[in-house]
Design a protein around this ligand. Sequence first.
Ligand code: ADP
Ligand code: ADP
Ligand code: ZN
Ligand code: ZN
Length: 752
Amino acid sequence: MSDTLYGSIEIRGARENNLKNVSLDIPKRAITVFTGVSGSGKSSLVFGTIAAESQRLINETYPAFVQQFMPHYGQPDADSLQNISAAIIVDQQRLGGNSRSTVATVTDAAQMLRVLFSRLGQPHLGSPNLYSYNDPRGMCPECEGIGQVAAMDMDAVVDESKSLNEGALLPKDYAVDTWYWEIYKNSGLFDMDKPIRQYTREERENLFNLDDGRKIKVGKIGLTYEGIVVKLKKGLGSKDPEGLQPHVRVEYDRIFTRKTCPACAGARLNAAALSSRIEGKSIADCSAMQVSDLAPFIRSIEAASVGPMLDALAARLENLITIGLGYLSLDRESSTLSGGESQRVKMVRHLGSSLTDITYVFDEPSVGLHPHDVGRLAGLMQQLRDKGNTVLIVEHKPDMIAIADHVVDMGPFAGSKGGEVVYQGDYAGLLTSGTLTGNHMRKYQPIKETVRKPDGALEIRNAILNNLRDVTVSIPRGVLTAVTGVAGSGKSSLIQGCLPKAYAETVIIDQNLNRGSRRSNTATYTGILDHVRKAFAKANTVEASLFSANSKGACPDCNGLGVIYTDLAHLDPMVTTCETCEGKRFTEEVLAYDLRGKSISDVYEFAVTDACAFFSEPAIAKILKGLEDVGLGYLTLGQPLSTLSGGERQRLKLAAELGKKGNIYVLDEPTTGLHMNDVDTLIGLFDRLVDQGSTVIVIEHNLDVISRADWVIDLGPGAGHDGGAVVFEGVPADLVHAAHSLTGRHLVERGH
Ligand code: ADP
Ligand code: ADP
Ligand code: ZN
Ligand code: ZN
């Protein structure tokens, strides 16, 4: 397959990030898998060079007028890039979106289903749009197609024990001395010093519900009076919470709880749309079915007139099933999908496409998939190739690497010790190449025989969240527990949904970081920068604040960022190096101060590993050691958090926990983004946390991690309504004999 029949993408002298003048040819119309330890340069090559060049070329084809509104991709740092075709990146970015975005809309199944109902539904409605909850003619008038309505929590609106002057009105916008508060004050309706509890019935009615259009003067302006309940309902309460900014969303969630719309029972549609049925089912019924049930239902409909349409819809649904997402329903809001699920939903859109000669770029597509489903995913990748496309995959799982027509192994190590191609060629050659990846392909962690003794248990009783079927389970304390099962079996529902409700002290180490402002980077996040500033101040006998990016010592043009962000509506901002300081972040005066020969700007450029060698200050060395221990030695201290992958963010959080004792930690697929070699290190870290007296619970598919756990809880047997039960709990050595467990079967198959 990997001959040059169809030509190759030719890369010469690539130098993005840590790449060391990399030159290579990547065969077209073949599957190329990029491997290598984290930080070796896979993303810099695949996303930073190949995909970036493709995007740039595509953008250049637009008229200059349009181009000025598009993100500018600088030319990737390389001598030459030839033969690059249009690239589509299918990554793990969450789909996000508002509550009108669902699995159905994202996969285009929504439109197909509406057309089908407009042709076959009884009674017949006119056009497909009459079945749409986004169309005023189709939507439920009560909830406007959201399926839920907001109910107000009055305890979050007024504190009845206080007077208006004492701040009885609780929403932020109504605090004492705000404009809204002045309206109530100037209305003359209330005794400002009387606690609300003592109000007469009429006073209460005025404060909450009065809405007669009267004007009240505040300053020089006349404003319309509205009781606070009315005002909140019309204002915040009418908004789609999914579209709110985070701080407004917090306020929304404090005041409103969402409940199912009483008019449509959550179906989002009006009565006419819901009355139209195919074989007894409304379009809302179909959307609420698990996709693995809906597909056979669609196949069972006999209607020659719309045969091709039925086929197309069924095929789209069957692709969702093949990709391991049959447990989802079409009405599932896309904002509730995990990163791995989002990537696979996006994938389905492309599988239906008849485009050829596209370069598809996948970032670890097997994330979230049980080994049982990885084989089917590999099959879909092969289909995409066989349609005449070039498929580039960044992957760590041996089963996915095995399907490669061509392997590019990056290394030998991370950061400045990586950035080279250490092997390229076919899969068989990788196994004998002697590289870290090659060596790991057939080396498995043995199953742990001597497990730790627990010191107590965490109990979850009668859990029924999502698909959980009245699950009662105890999770041993003071040991490492792996929670396993196919995607959709209920792992997250049990461990992220139910456990923290029973044990509030649970620490969830997920992949979300409050990325906060653009000022957040590795150094600020870990708190290392405070200590570094003090060290510089001491060495130069000046004030520590001089070395702060918010101080007068910072470059006035970029305010200490080293780069200038130009915001573009709806698009990623454009980032350029600051010309004033040439990326050095500080004024000449500050840059002149040094600590053992390095300027503050040099420190920002250090990789963690280099910094380890440089700093002997105990407070700094301790934090750096933690970062190295979690395998992040290759990160530079000034690297913005926004450039970190999900797995890197999770490990950054983990590093901050390393010194702590006696906690309950939950991690969801912590091996994401990790090379097999790095997985060994990660298991070592879990052991350390447990040995320090913590309880560690990991949701994992990685068989090495499962083998090294002290206890395994396997959920299943299947996904969605076929899952939700505990099929095995015990030590890993016994899982091998649990014939009914898919996880157990895979442990056996790989020949532990
Ligand atoms: P991989 O994909 O193999 O994990 P990457 O290509 O992400 O590796 O990273 C290679 C090196 O480049 C690492 O040292 C990483 O810290 C650095 N790097 C990656 N992205 C950036 C960035 N946006 N700014 C600075 N350094 C980066
Ligand atoms: P796992 O973690 O094993 O992949 P989940 O706990 O995420 O499984 O999902 C179990 C079941 O619950 C699936 O059928 C899934 O579709 C459903 N589910 C999970 N989260 C939600 C949600 N936010 N809304 C509706 N259904 C959900
Ligand atoms: Zn409704
Ligand atoms: Zn500057």
